[in-house]
Design a protein around this ligand. Sequence first.
Ligand code: SF4
Ligand code: FES
Length: 247
Amino acid sequence: MADTITLEVFRYRPDEASEPVFQSYEVPLHKDWVILDALNYIKDQLDGTLSYRWSCRMGVCGSCGMMVNGKPVLTCAAFVEKYAPGPVRIEPLENFPVVRDLIIDMSDFLHKLKQVKPWIIREEEEAPDKEYLQTPSQLADYKPYSMCINCMLCYAACPVYGLEPDFVGPAALALAQRYNMDNRDQGNRQRMEALSHDHGMWQCTFVGDCSAVCPKNVDPAGAIQRYKVETATHWWKNLLLPWGKDK
Ligand code: SF4
Ligand code: FES
């Protein structure tokens, strides 16, 4: 096996050129290197102008997501060796505007997260000294949806978001479910109002690519289908039993 590999890196510097280009770099092919190590090598040894995001280097902060050979991955968890003999193409996450090189503009995603009200909503506050109890099985029910690290890989993989940028999208919908299913929360109705509109959950066509690329096994596709079933059940109950309106 060769001891180097070529990375073809997407470069976009709007202050210098209006169109992006690919720039090739030869980097060492170390067994224990991930793509992020190779990018750090480029930055430190070959070309300090390369811009990209990263922080934790351990799959926790969610900031190092990029397209590697066309697939959205966390670059701190993708071993370079897997892509040998190369070349390996590194691009910014798909479906987002690019600010510079491999850095995308996250503002649309942050706006959508806020829309789903990802916090515990209480209609009535209990006495300040009262605890909100939760059994282990109640916790287990929503826990997978709470593992999201906001890496946006699911948005880069989602064909619906690619075509309809107004779609609320996988991670935000999974997060809505995380709070809806929390027994301490009473905000289901508020979220349902926010998410039943044209760009809410019903736009999802259940392709499932979001769940396939998720590095934390959140299964946003499953969360969305579950949300749809609950919303439809709620609607039918209110239609058939109007005297005992479902809360
Ligand atoms: S649901 Fe998964 S892929 Fe989507 S932002 Fe959260 S961790 Fe990333
Ligand atoms: S650097 Fe934090 S998830 Fe990759």
